[in-house]
Design a protein around this ligand. Structure first.
Ligand code: ATP
Ligand code: MG
Length: 377
């Protein structure tokens, strides 16, 4: 099988690594340049979407901000999975909210803003404090505002109006502020025959709006809620592949924050922690193969490496530590790689995270430090 991935970043790279043992070959299509590249080496393999489509059996995507004309060409080939509707919803918060409502998945109350009058109506409808998010183009907490009280409205409106004017069809989605206890996510896969397998929920820690630490948790009550919403969303889209749902946990009740119609950063722990990793399961699903077990095999936490291109060599020597570099050029705050830390039981994983906290730079890995100090107390 030969799969084309729209996007040539780390997710395509990790799909390529996971596909090799199954003889699934991956090419990556760089949507910005139109180049077809090898996802590991970035070597140029060709140019042009039509050319790329012709050479493969299946097309999928590693991100959701894909121009609709590109998606439409892929759709017309009959080779695209999970579903262009899912990708479009993942890239537009208006469609995403409508999708969640339609599937009956609980989510924060919201109002769509295009004009100053809409903003006033949103304040009435949603209330203050509220979170404001650009409908198009937001990721890693970018394109967001927080309205804490009505006196900030004019200043925030100025910025939002600029954002709306900069992109045709742009709007802002105002959302009630959710006083969550923690953030969790569910990554799972749906096969062509409708069979669904989900991984254990992961608890996610963000630092400055970017995921910094993610680890599988054992929470049967929440897991059941999450799986029910996951299945409803996936079925409503006739989805095929790996899908991630991000949730707010509010006193034991889950509210969907957003969906990611692809393999997800909060599922990277499955490379070491699960019987079959999310990358392999995505490929299995889109290639029409049976899904692999999503069973947890080792307690695992994933730590993102942001803006750093090297780590102390001693990390490699630490028991249970696995480093995954993405081969990217260094830029401030950029996702450069991740570390999966494993233990045979949760106490061992905690000990290893505490040991890691001693060798990692506290400024670069604040979430690991916070974790370690919590366990030292
Ligand atoms: P990413 O792509 O990294 O997941 P994003 O830019 O798509 O991020 P969101 O996940 O919607 O944005 O929001 C980023 C973070 O802001 C969330 O993880 C959460 O911590 C916080 N947040 C978002 N919406 C709300 C809300 N309604 N109430 C409270 N906090 C929120
Ligand atoms: Mg998010």
């Amino acid at each position: 099988m030969h799969v084309l991935v729209l996007g040539a970043g780390q997710l395509a790279r990790m799909m390529s690594l996971a596909g090799a043992p199954l003889n699934i070959q991956i090419s990556a299509y760089d949507v910005a340049s139109g180049n077809i590249v090898h996802p590991l080496t970035q070597h140029l393999l060709g140019h042009g979407l039509e050319n790329a489509i012709e050479q493969v059996d299946v097309i999928t995507a590693e991100f959701e901000h894909i121009p609709h004309d590109v998606l439409d060409v892929c759709e017309a080939s009959g080779k695209f999975l999970p579903s262009t509707q899912a990708i479009k919803a993942g890239g537009d918060r208006r469609l995403e909210k409508a999708l969640l409502d339609n599937a009956g998945a609980r989510n924060a109350n919201y109002y769509v803003i295009e004009t100053r009058e809409d903003f006033s109506r949103a304040i009435e409808h949603v209330g203050v404090p509220m979170v404001l998010k650009s409908a198009l183009g937001g990721y890693d907490g970018k394109g967001q505002w927080r309205l804490k009280d009505a006196t900030q409205a004019e200043a925030i409106w100025k910025e939002m109006a600029e954002c709306i004017a900069a992109t045709p069809t742009q709007a802002i989605v105002a959302e009630e502020f959710v006083p969550f206890n923690r953030e969790v996510s569910l990554v799972g896969a749906r096969a062509k025959d409708g069979h669904v397998e989900v991984y254990p929920l992961a608890e996610n820690v963000h630092t400055n709006g970017v995921l910094s630490l993610s680890s599988a948790i054992d929470a049967p009550e929440l897991q059941a809620q999450a799986k029910q919403m996951f299945t409803a969303v996936a079925e409503s889209l006739d989805y095929v592949g790996v899908l991630a749902l991000e949730f707010f946990d509010v006193d034991g009740q889950l509210l969907v924050n957003e969906i990611a119609p692809r393999v997800h950063n909060s599922g990277h722990w499955t490379q070491q922690g699960s019987e079959t990793c999310q990358f392999e399961n995505h490929l299995r699903a889109v290639c029409g193969l049976p899904l692999g077990s999503t069973k947890l095999v080792r307690e695992t936490a994933m730590i993102n490496i942001l803006g750093e291109e090297s780590l102390p060599e001693s990390v490699l020597a630490m028991a249970g530590c696995h480093i995954h570099w993405y081969g990217k050029e260094k830029r401030t705050g950029r996702k450069m790689g991740h570390i999966n830390v494993c233990g045979d039981y949760s106490g061992e994983l905690q000990r290893r995270l505490c040991a890691l906290a001693k060798v990692l730079d506290a400024d670069v890995f604040p979430a690991v430090q916070a974790f370690a100090s919590k366990w030292r107390d």
